[in-house]
Design a protein around this ligand. Structure first.
Ligand code: NDP
Length: 330
């Protein structure tokens, strides 16, 4: 038996509980992993609270990511004892996920734990941090380089945002952090932000074209904020858009794209091809300051995950949450 969060659906409503599960109940897969750490991402919070239809069938163990040790493998790429990481692929949505002591998955979904990270550090990064790296790589692909001008990060005090600030600052960018929590300014400056601005300035409908300011941007918010960012991009600037914390809509005009050559680069972590994942994890090992990673993560027990999900969706969680599943793991 091992501890798990399980989401059940009764009388049309979903409900998350902390429970014990038997290994025999794990879904089909060719690799069984003893989970060392998981984490709480935005999507996990949506699944646990039932605020969006993330879970595709019930009962479901949530948790879109985990790090742990292979216990049993029928996949030639992995053997018992290997340390592995999983991000996405529908795990925690269509296939039982990481908020449990064990997981059984397709070996093709796993990547080896990237040195020098411990399982705990890999989950302090988690899917949020790996997505932040994919966003940085998207900016680079479109020619955004240090020295070209200010790079904006939205939702900066959250998971994706805080890792993006730390990464971009270490790479030498002049990072401006946008937040709805001005009280987090010291935290954001400690991560490397040169300036912290209030989201309120971007929340109202603006002009199709605003004063050119941003050479690049990482946006987790979407909605009106993203539309206003597009309008304020510098000539040929790029916005990497990965989130919808502020809304799914995009009330923008084509003006920034056709008059300033702005690029809106979409970033998806879930179905991201394996080679790009491996690249992102290698880049995280090179470009993320481990001391800053420690500063932006908080550990909570599995029993706290359900309550933390509410706080995360209310925008009250700072940085990243890690959840230990195996008391002996590093
Ligand atoms: P967090 O909850 O950790 O952070 C989200 C941040 O967004 C909050 O901290 C807050 O920033 C800001 N925010 C929250 N609510 C609102 C709101 N109503 N309006 C504007 N801003 C708001 O989540 P994550 O960082 O883990 O994820 C952020 C987004 O990225 C989510 O939408 C998530 O679904 C998406 N995502 C997408 C992925 C992909 O593959 N495309 C992968 C991972 C995440 P602050 O406190 O600074 O104001």
């Amino acid at each position: 038996m091992f501890d798990a969060i399980l989401i059940e659906k009764t009388e049309g409503a979903s409900r998350a509980i902390l429970t014990g599960l038997d290994e025999a109940r794990l879904p089909a897969g060719d690799v069984t992993v003893r989970v060392a750490y998981s984490t709480l991402n935005y999507k996990d919070a949506l699944a646990i609270t039932g605020q969006a239809p993330v879970v595709r069938h019930f009962p479901m163990v949530p948790g879109i990511d985990f790090a742990g040790t292979v216990e049993h493998s029928d996949n030639p790429a992995y053997a018992a004892g290997d340390q592995v990481v999983l991000n996405g692929w529908g795990v925690g949505e269509t296939h039982w996920g990481g908020l449990a002591g064990k997981a059984r998955v397709k070996g093709d979904w796993l990547v080896p734990l990237q040195a020098p990270f411990t399982p705990r550090q890999a989950m302090a990064i988690g899917t949020a941090g790996y997505t932040a790296m994919l966003c940085v790589m998207a900016l680079e692909r479109h020619g955004v380089a240090p020295g070209q001008g200010e790079v904006l990060v939205t939702g900066a005090a959250g998971g994706v945002g805080s890792v993006a600030v730390a990464l971009l600052a270490k790479l030498g960018h002049q990072v401006v952090a946008m937040t709805g929590r001005p009280e987090e300014a010291p935290f954001l400056r400690a991560l490397g932000a040169a300036e912290v601005i209030d989201r309120a300035g971007y929340a109202e409908p603006g002009k199709p074209l605003a004063r050119e300011r941003w050479a690049g941007a990482v946006d987790v918010v979407g909605g009106q904020v993203l539309a206003n960012i597009c309008a304020a991009m510098r000539y040929r600037g790029t916005v990497a858009a990965c989130g919808l914390a502020g809304g799914m809509a995009l009330p923008a005009t084509v003006a920034p794209f056709i008059l300033r050559g702005v690029t809106l680069a979409g970033v998806d972590s879930v179905m991201c091809p394996r080679e790009d994942r491996l690249d992102a994890w290698r880049r995280l090992a090179r470009d993320l300051d481990i001391a800053r990673l420690e500063a932006l993560s908080t550990e909570i027990p599995l029993s706290g995950a359900i309550g933390a999900a509410e706080r995360l969706l209310a925008g009250r969680v700072r940085g990243r949450i890690v959840i230990p599943l195996d008391p002996g793991a590093p």
